[in-house]
Design a binder for this molecule. Structure first.
Ligand SMILES: [Zn+2]
Length: 477
């Protein structure tokens, strides 16, 4: 289904045309030259980022996505990257490579995405969503932080390294998904098709998402996976008159509620047998990191005006957020409000976040088996899934990433064992067996997915310094 791939630009060779001898370039001031270079590169490159931001590459707009991919490729080619746009089922994925290496495959993969969320509600934006503007040191635009402003940092970093040092000392692959916001359905097929150029990488780094605290950057070691399902109930072939049929045929709304309440206990635990299988308790190091995060559940609840709490109350809140699966009803559809009919179809949309060794297909089978027992009239439909990903905090390459973030952001990073959210990290982690780490370059208040999305200009600089420092770290410089 995913093999309809076309190459718009064919790579001719995978060797950087301006590779220089690096061993001779080990001056102690190499980093200060790179650092200075980042400053001017970012100032000069903002226009290119703005051009990218003006393209409204919402995930369901194939024409805008193609335009977006073509623009990014033009920027990359000017910098000497070898590029291709691989179109998988309307998803134009940009793949670019640069740098020298003894191996033909990448040493370092940067994953990001050039699709963006829709802009609704338009009236809540202070300036037009696809016209980037700088206010108070921040770029405001849809995609400014999620994710164009973040992946442009990798482009700026490579440009700065080449300007300061004359070469990119390792082989880098940049993979920019065109449908991350729509579930990255084609990414596994894409990665499989480019396996020879990606496998064997020492690290895949994703710069996406906001940080938890405004003042501290972070390194995130994992993401939860996700299974999305629809639970459908039909109680008759057609809607019925509520007077003529009331007390005879049930409303699908009632029936759906009866099924849903059987799936979660009052203690916040999901009652589906096997639901918590595959959960792995935090290691000592992960527990220590959680203590460093100093998460205050009461304060967090107050900050969002929560009137009640969810999840197993006997478990630590951060453990619930990072190490346990969730079961969330994200929407319910049934009936026509005040019309006097018995609605005979109801659907609950359910989002299950997965952890550790859990897998969307296995979780779907568990739910289905349980529903067959307790509610044979319920129909469960698969609506999408991602596997979780977890990189052990002891992974040696993490030291290089932590150092790079410390250098780039000039602050001590918070080490986060796992994000509560989901990214397609598992595609690289499971398919290629490459360690994946996430480093959000955007701040806590980037307002991703919301009106007035923004990215701080000093975070663009810090992110660019981080990518540059990481590349130098991986070459031992
Ligand atoms: Zn997003």
């Amino acid at each position: 289904m995913h093999d309809a791939c076309s190459l718009l630009t064919t790579p001719t060779t995978v060797i950087d045309s301006v590779t220089l001898d690096l061993v001779s370039d080990r001056e102690p001031d190499a980093w200060s030259r790179v650092e200075a270079s980042v400053e001017t590169i970012v100032d000069d490159g903002i226009d290119e980022l703005f051009q990218s931001l003006r393209i409204p590459s919402v995930s369901d707009d194939p024409a805008a996505l193609r335009e977006s991919a073509a623009h990014i490729v033009s920027v990359l080619e000017r910098d000497g990257w070898l590029t291709e746009i691989a179109v998988f089922d309307n998803n134009p994925i940009v793949m670019a490579q640069i740098g020298s290496s003894v191996s033909n495959s990448a040493d370092l993969i940067f994953y990001g995405h050039h699709d963006v969320q829709p802009v609704d509600p338009l009236s809540a934006w202070s300036s037009p969503p696809f016209e980037p503007v700088i206010r108070d040191g921040r770029i405001y635009c849809r995609g400014a932080a999620d994710n164009k402003g973040q992946f442009f940092c990798h482009i700026f970093a490579v440009r700065a390294l080449r300007r300061a040092l004359g070469a990119v000392p390792i082989r880098i692959a940049l993979v920019l998904d065109g449908q991350e916001e729509a579930g990255s359905r084609e990414l596994p097929a894409f990665v499989e098709s480019r396996r020879a150029r990606l496998e064997g990488a020492r690290l895949c780094l994703t710069a996406d998402g906001p940080t938890r605290q405004e003042k501290r950057p972070e390194v995130v070691f994992g993401v939860r996976g996700q299974l999305r399902v629809r639970l459908r109930i039909r109680t008759a072939a057609t809607d019925l008159h509520s007077g003529n049929w009331g007390n005879l045929v049930p409303s699908a709304g009632w029936r759906l509620a009866q099924v849903l309440v059987q799936l979660k206990g009052n203690d916040g635990r999901v009652t589906v047998p096997g639901f918590y299988d595959g959960v792995v308790a935090p290691t000592q190091l992960e527990r220590r990191s959680m203590r460093d995060m100093a998460f205050d559940l009461d304060e967090a609840a107050r900050s969002v005006g929560a009137v009640s709490l969810d999840g197993p109350a006997d478990a630590d809140p951060l453990e619930r957020l990072m190490f346990m699966p969730t079961f969330t009803v994200t929407g319910i559809q049934c009936g026509h409000s005040e019309k006097a009919t018995i609605p005979t179809e109801a659907v609950a949309h359910i989002d299950v976040r997965l952890v550790a060794a859990q897998d969307p297909a296995a979780m779907f089978a568990l739910l289905q088996a349980h529903l067959t027992k307790i509610a044979p009239d319920a129909l469960l439909e698969f609506a999408g899934g991602y596997s979780p990903s977890r990189t052990p905090m002891e992974t040696p390459i993490a030291t290089a990433v932590i150092d790079a973030v410390r250098t780039g952001f000039r602050a001590e990073p918070l080490l986060v064992p796992c994000s509560g959210g989901t990214l397609p990290d598992s595609v690289f982690a499971l398919k290629l067996r490459v360690p994946v780490l996430d480093v959000p370059y955007a701040g806590r208040d980037q307002r991703n997915h919301a009106p007035n999305e923004n990215m701080r200009l000093d975070h663009v600089r810090a992110g660019s310094r981080t990518s540059a420092a990481l590349i130098m770290q991986l070459t031992g410089r």
